[in-house]
Design a protein around this ligand. Structure first.
Ligand code: ADP
Length: 489
């Protein structure tokens, strides 16, 4: 007999994060936190997500009820609300003095909030309290802490009196560690003996992510290759020692994307919906994309797309340097992104200098990101490091050939169009290493050569679109890990 789609839930997980799509998002973290609960439900795991009560989250809450109150939480009263929003079962930490602010989760017009240490310690403290039964009728078996914002959850639970749920620290990006001064220790409600090398101490201060890595029962990150890279001197970003000490409980599980949200056959952001069996229907999207970015309407020019934060990590400076080669090859570029001002200026300037060939939109635009995926011929991701990367997963699904650096999750999700892989029909994209301008240029030249052979390009597209980029397999890995943790405790 076939397995039922939704097994009844037998395990309960509290997921703690600073972002969740579609409620609040600055990057891939939100996509993962938003999509994993649905995939885990299929595995019989009930996930509740604890989020800070930012204005956007508060406004989206349906049927919320106060399930716990703190008369004082770091300078003001706070309430835990239970409710639903955007299909997610939520706990929301309603603490206006910490979260009722404009801007993104981490800062406003004037930059990062100076009290981010307290804001996210409060989130972790409340998560730990919920883990220990603060909400009547709810006790999770496992708490999954996402990134540094939730890094203190395993610490609060480690130093609290038992019993406690199992803890999993999930690293989405080791570059953001949440490092704060030592003198915050007492105000965060952590005991003095927590300030040790085995505890929350990190380089003389308090390291939120470091604490989570050191004290969680299990540590996960978002691709097998990144799990290996962060154990090396080059990739460990100063946390190599603690990571190597925890290597026996460290696992890499590749992210997926929400394949209902990212489905070229049903995507309402596209001008024309398409499938692998009907690639001709993809062409109108390219034309619309070219028009949208003011590019020459050339169906035969290779249209390269970028959807990215503009930071050093993403290798966007290398793309600017390699642009002359791309343009000499007759290609066009559309870039949707925002971030470092110098890079923003660089792309805006490139668009001015090469009208009709280069288009740049500085900003964040979810709908346009879908059109880029559905209209560009190739998607470029030249990251210097990439824990998983989601844009190349969407690219595979949309038949936009990913051209990626061979690092982290990019290495794990794209099959390079080497002669052997082309011959055996398994290639889905182009990879390059090391991440230098020279190797990026070589990869772009290979991409242009593949483009000049339409039959081969179409084979690549069909193969790319057949790649399984959804959450189902990864959710099975998480479910197994959660279950083993519960048994082990
Ligand atoms: P990171 O989390 O490091 O920024 P990921 O590739 O893991 O990188 O996730 C980025 C997510 O954010 C993807 O869903 C991508 O489509 C989206 N994204 C990034 N920049 C933009 C933008 N300017 N407009 C719309 N979506 C964007």
């Amino acid at each position: 007999m076939a397995e039922p789609l939704h097994k009844s839930h037998d395990l309960s997980v509290l997921s703690v994060a600073a972002e969740a799509f579609p409620l609040i998002k600055t990057g891939g973290l939100a996509d993962v936190v938003g999509a994993l609960p649905g995939a885990l439900a299929v595995e019989g795991i009930a996930v509740r997500t604890l989020l800070p009560g930012y204005p956007a989250v508060m406004a989206a809450m349906e049927d919320s009820a106060t399930v716990h109150s703190f008369p004082q939480l770091h300078g003001g009263p706070a309430h835990v609300l239970a409710g639903r929003a955007a299909g997610l079962e939520l706990f929301v930490l309603d603490a206006p003095h910490l979260y009722a602010r404009p801007g993104n989760p981490y800062g406003g017009p004037g930059g990062e909030w100076p009290d981010n240490g307290v804001r996210f310690a409060a989130l972790a403290q409340v998560a730990a309290a919920v883990g220990q039964g603060a909400v009547s009728g709810y006790v999770p078996d496992v708490i999954q802490a996402h990134d540094w914002h939730a890094g203190l959850v395993p610490a609060y639970l480690h130093y609290a009196a038992p019993p406690r749920p199992g803890t999993v620290m999930t690293i989405h990006n080791l570059a953001y560690q949440g490092q704060f001064p030592r003198d915050m220790l007492a105000s965060l409600g952590l005991p003095p003996h927590a300030f040790t090398y085995d505890g929350v101490e990190s380089y003389g201060g308090i390291g939120f992510l470091k604490a989570g890595i050191a004290l969680a029962d299990r540590v996960t990150t978002v691709s097998p290759s990144y799990a290996a890279e962060i154990l090396t001197d080059e990739g460990s970003m100063g946390l190599g020692d603690v990571l190597n000490r925890r290597a026996s409980v460290l696992t890499g599980i590749l992210n997926g994307i929400d394949d209902a949200l990212w489905n070229p056959a049903t995507d309402t952001h596209l001008a024309s919906r398409f499938a692998a069996a009907d690639l001709a229907a993809r062409a109108p999207n390219k034309a619309v994309l070219q028009a949208r970015f003011g590019l020459d309407r050339e169906p035969n020019a290779l249209l390269v797309g970028v959807v990215s934060r503009l930071t050093w990590q993403k290798g966007m400076d290398l793309l600017l340097a390699a642009l002359p080669l791309l343009l000499r090859g007759g290609a066009q570029l559309v870039m949707l992104g925002s971030g470092d001002q110098e890079l923003e200026r660089g792309f805006a300037e490139a668009a001015r200098r090469h009208p009709g060939r280069v288009g740049a939109q500085i900003g964040y635009d979810e709908a346009l990101a879908h059109l880029v995926q559905g209209g560009a011929d190739a998607i470029l991701v030249p990251s210097r490091f990439e824990p998983c990367g989601l844009t190349q997963l969407a690219a595979l699904r949309y038949g936009a050939i990913p051209v990626v650096a061979r690092v982290g999750g990019l290495a794990d999700s794209v099959v390079d169009a080497s002669a052997a892989n082309l011959a055996s029909g398994v290639a889905t994209g182009v990879q390059f290493a090391p991440v230098t301008q020279q190797q990026l240029e070589a990869a772009l030249e290979r991409t242009l050569a593949l483009w000049r052979d339409p039959r081969q390009w179409q084979h690549l597209q069909v193969r790319a679109m057949a790649t399984d980029v959804g959450w189902a397999q990864s959710a099975k890995h998480y479910a197994k890990l959660f279950r083993e943790l519960v048994v082990a405790r």
